[in-house]
Design a protein around this ligand. Structure first.
Ligand SMILES: O=C(O)CCC(=O)C(=O)O
Ligand SMILES: [Fe+2]
Length: 220
């Protein structure tokens, strides 16, 4: 007899497509000081089909202090910093996981493969919260954590982090002012919507509480 309890099969969180057109490969070389990426999702929304991001780091000489770490920010949970050590493979959901690369002091290499899949359904692209969303903010935060619809709110929930990452990576570079202005315009538009602003304020409060409770995790 099968000793396992007869639970219904779990629905897979994503379905990957097959075939050569369903993957993109990037071989990345950052010259010294070049390896820095501001906060982003690899799949920011349609028409992208990226479902899974797989990064293989190729830095045999990387050591503490070299920078270029990957920082993953699971929505409203403690951030995770991953050192880009040689041979390390990092895999995450392209449409759910906000991330950035910290400024690098040294030359840096990695190989990225993006696998496409059935993402960006209307459920993922529309922010469709119940009228009770503000009443149970923990439940709302948990739902957004597991949903790509978090992308509609992430700039407003992490405004300073977005701005800092832009300045860290693009400060003094052509186009930086435009990027900062576009970020600010996004925030202005959102704060003009009163119910949305109340929700964002509650989520930011929740973010401050959860970050205090769980400091950044480091994958050495
Ligand atoms: O260089 C890395 O570690 C990640 C780069 C990245 O986030 C990207 O290519 O989208
Ligand atoms: Fe990325």
């Amino acid at each position: 007899m099968d000793p396992r309890p007869s639970a219904p099969p779990k629905r897979r969180p994503f379905d990957l497509y097959t075939g050569d057109r369903s993957r993109t490969v990037k071989i990345q070389h950052n010259a010294g000081r070049g390896g820095c990426f501001p906060l982003h999702y690899d799949n920011p929304g349609p028409p992208s089909s990226r479902a899974l991001t797989c990064i293989l780091y190729l830095n045999p000489d990387w050591s503490e202090g070299d920078g270029g770490e990957l920082q993953l920010i699971p929505f409203l949970r403690a951030p995770v910093r991953v050192n880009p050590r040689h041979g390390r493979l990092v895999v995450f959901l392209s449409d759910h996981v906000l991330h950035k690369v910290l400024p690098s002091e040294v030359e840096r290499f990695c190989l990225t493969i993006w696998l496409d899949g059935s993402v960006n359904s209307p459920r993922d692209t529309r922010l469709n919260l119940p009228p009770t969303a503000l009443k149970d903010i923990k439940k709302t935060a948990d739902a957004l954590h597991g949903s790509a619809s978090q992308r509609a709110l992430s700039r407003a929930v992490y405004p300073d982090e977005y701005e800092k990452s832009l300045l860290d990576c693009m400060g003094g570079v052509d186009g930086c002012a435009e990027m900062l202005e576009s970020h600010a315009a996004h925030l202005r538009a959102l704060s003009g919507n009163k119910p949305l602003k109340m929700l964002v304020d509650a989520l930011r409060k929740r973010k401050a509480e959860t970050a205090d409770a769980e400091p950044e995790m480091v994958v050495e």
